[in-house]
Design a protein around this ligand. Sequence first.
Ligand SMILES: Cc1ncc(COP(=O)(O)O)c(C=O)c1O
Length: 358
Amino acid sequence: MTFEFLNEHTYLNTASVGLIPNESFNEKINYLNKQQRIGGKIMFDVFETILPQAKEAVSGLINCEPNELAFTANFSTAINYLIPSLKKHNRVLLYEDDYPSLNKPFELNGFEVNYISKNNEHTIKIKEIEHLIIDKNIELLAISQTQFKSGYTIQLKELGVICKKHNCILLVDGTQALGMAEVNVKQSNVDVYISSGYKWLMGGFGVAFTYVNPSFFARITPRIAGYGSLNFEGSTPKYNPSMQSFEPGHINYAPLIALTKSIKLLQEYSLEKARIATTELINYLLNELKKNGLPVIGDFQKQHRLGIVSVTANEKMFNKLNSKNIITTYRSESIRISPYFYNTKNDVDLLIKTISPE
Ligand SMILES: Cc1ncc(COP(=O)(O)O)c(C=O)c1O
């Protein structure tokens, strides 16, 4: 995999936008060139190779069947497509500091919303979730697998067990986890899993996917459909509520091609190797921050951390990093650092040297 951007930058910002390997970018460009040459005939490629290959790649990543997936332009669209279908399950539990694109659609659409409160350690306790599910008679829990600010990662398997026990729907935003986390939606009893493709999957902007457990269709009726949701048996279009409901129209196929290629590249390189390399960098970073008296936000155990570390810092520090082409994210008195396997210890050393007190 080649990442040209790394020649000139110290890129520690995958939680914002993952780098797109040159190889994936080129596939996307080849597709666009071909579309320009052959026009609408490209639809043959779309149905014969592009969509099936993309669904195959994502299904392998989360352990589901290809026909249990739908693609949309981004996470926010995917969740908003689902909202009208979830309306029957009105009592919802959210984490109060979760990503707005997950929380807002529930808050704006008349759900009875309850919150898991943020604590000083930035941990989210499964026991507390269970108590809330029981006390508030919760019907649906919607939560990010990895929190976008603190990086706290919840164990999906444990979450799945309690949700199943209390007949609570489990909807997971995997955007900050997938790529770094091993995900098995079936084993973890996840009802709905949505992820955008432009961070840890390195697919670039313009594509996200939704997984819905087929058994879940017994509990919801999709309230969204379009031409793409129809089946053509003979010449008569038929509509059956299904996964196709959530893919109602044409999508932007170029980003889908980049995402598919990036997943394949990750698999060829070895997801396991990428995760180990990132974890080593994260552990090294945590040690160095501690050694240099830089306060980490969220003092939680290592099994709850994937690729994100946030530190308390001011804007001056962030600007200093930027001036040296060290790319991170600044948000309300904190700097979020998110290395990936394409980073090195030297990148961490450079960052530490730049933000450590002199
Ligand atoms: C937890 C989480 N979900 C989703 C997204 C992205 O949403 P979208 O694809 O709608 O831009 C982000 C981006 O930062 C995120 O951190």
